[in-house]
Write a protein that binds this ligand. Structure first.
Ligand SMILES: Nc1nc2c(ncn2[C@@H]2O[C@H](COP(=O)(O)OP(=O)(O)OP(=O)(O)O)[C@@H](O)[C@H]2O)c(=O)[nH]1
Ligand SMILES: [Mg+2]
Ligand SMILES: [Zn+2]
Length: 337
């Protein structure tokens, strides 16, 4: 029997049981082989947007995906609902644009949650505050976001005035792949359209009553920018459940991690323990109460997730985090010479 010829291709969209594949010279609909399906154990074993795969082009129509090449990064969440399973939002992305807006959407707690999701994946976060044309001079949301960003870049963006677009593009050089994350109605697809220079994705005004918006974009899809680089547009996600290990929290709450060094107990949870430096900082106002509450909420949620996860998943999450952590340590070492 002759060997099946496969070529490398990238998954640009995933539908119910089909994918869209970008080959070097063409785009094709594809599905996984029967063997692939048989050997897959979990959702996360199936192709996700951004995956590099080996595929064969058999007939004139559908291509067949034989395997997924090792992922350099995975952005995951827990699937919605009560099942404890990982859902991959995007694979092989270099950065995640966390998008919020100068209107009803802005919420620091939600930003922290998304930052945890991004940090867990080892991907670089970039925060975009869209609709800057709606902000007035007294608006301090930019400063508030910068304060919790831990050094991640924060930009004011407007699809109307074009503010911030040079900054966005500067992060997408050298064929980098970025993904958009954020609530419905913050303007993700409008930003993408402006980057593409044409109306590819449908956009929709938000309801004035609650500014929540309907979900205009309903599936994830990757687009190639004329300037090089790739962007994945996503449906709005407002309530996102984490698929992470609690060891990611000190990376998001660096202020709390720093305070914790002065807690009496090494394993202090900063709730009711005696001589807790975090609780003390709450008392003096050094640490805002909302931030502490956000931290405790995520801490409890991740502890709950850990109890519900099966041991293999738990080990995988932990391993991934360790790997990413040692990678970033290597980078730091290299930077320090
Ligand atoms: N004033 C103002 N409005 C904007 C800006 N960017 C987007 N909008 C408007 O915000 C609304 C929502 O934009 P979309 O791009 O559809 O939002 P989305 O984030 O893609 O929403 P989903 O696809 O539902 O997740 C549209 O009416 C846009 O015209 C901006 O910079 N300023
Ligand atoms: Mg959209
Ligand atoms: Zn403490």
């Amino acid at each position: 029997m002759s060997e099946i010829q496969t070529v490398k291709a990238r998954v640009t969209a995933v539908f119910r049981d089909k994918c869209l594949l970008q080959f070097s010279d063409q785009e094709r609909t594809a599905e996984v082989t029967g063997r692939f399906r048989f050997e897959a154990e979990e959702w996360s074993d199936f192709p996700a947007v951004g995956d590099w795969v080996l595929a064969s082009i058999d007939g004139p129509d559908v291509a067949l995906i034989h395997s997924i090449l090792p992922r350099t990064s995975v952005l995951s969440r827990k699937v919605a609902g009560s099942t404890t399973e990982e859902q991959i939002l995007a694979a092989n992305v270099d950065l995640a644009f966390l998008i919020t807006a100068f209107d009803g959407d802005f919420n620091l707690r939600r930003l922290e949650r998304f930052l945890a999701l991004i940090k867990e994946s080892g991907v670089e976060p970039v925060i975009l505050l869209n609709k800057s044309d709606l902000a007035n001079s007294a608006d301090d949301r930019f400063d508030e976001a910068s304060r919790i960003a831990n050094g991640a870049p924060v930009y004011r963006v407007s699809t109307i005035t074009g503010e911030g677009f040079d900054a966005i593009l500067s992060h997408l050089q050298n064929l980098a792949t970025g993904t958009f994350l954020g609530s419905s109605g913050v303007g993700k697809s409008t930003i993408l359209n402006r980057l593409l220079g044409k109306e590819v994705q449908a956009t929709q005004p938000i309801r004035l009553s609650d500014s929540h918006g309907r979900h205009t974009t309903t599936s994830r899809q990757m687009f190639a920018l004329p300037s090089g680089g790739f962007v994945i547009d996503s449906p709005g996600i407002r309530e996102i459940q984490l698929w992470a290990d609690s060891s990611v929290l000190p990376q998001v709450f660096t202020d709390i991690a720093q305070l914790a060094e002065r807690c009496r107990f090494r394993d202090c949870r900063h709730q009711t323990e005696a001589e807790c430096a975090v609780i003390q900082a709450l008392g003096t106002g050094e640490l805002p109460k909302g931030r502490w509450e956000g931290y405790i909420k995520l801490q409890k949620e991740l502890a709950y997730l850990k109890r519900k996860q099966n041991p293999q998943d738990r080990a995988n999450v932990k391993r991934r985090w360790k790997k990413i952590h040692s990678q970033s340590r290597d980078i730091i070492k290299r930077k320090r010479g």
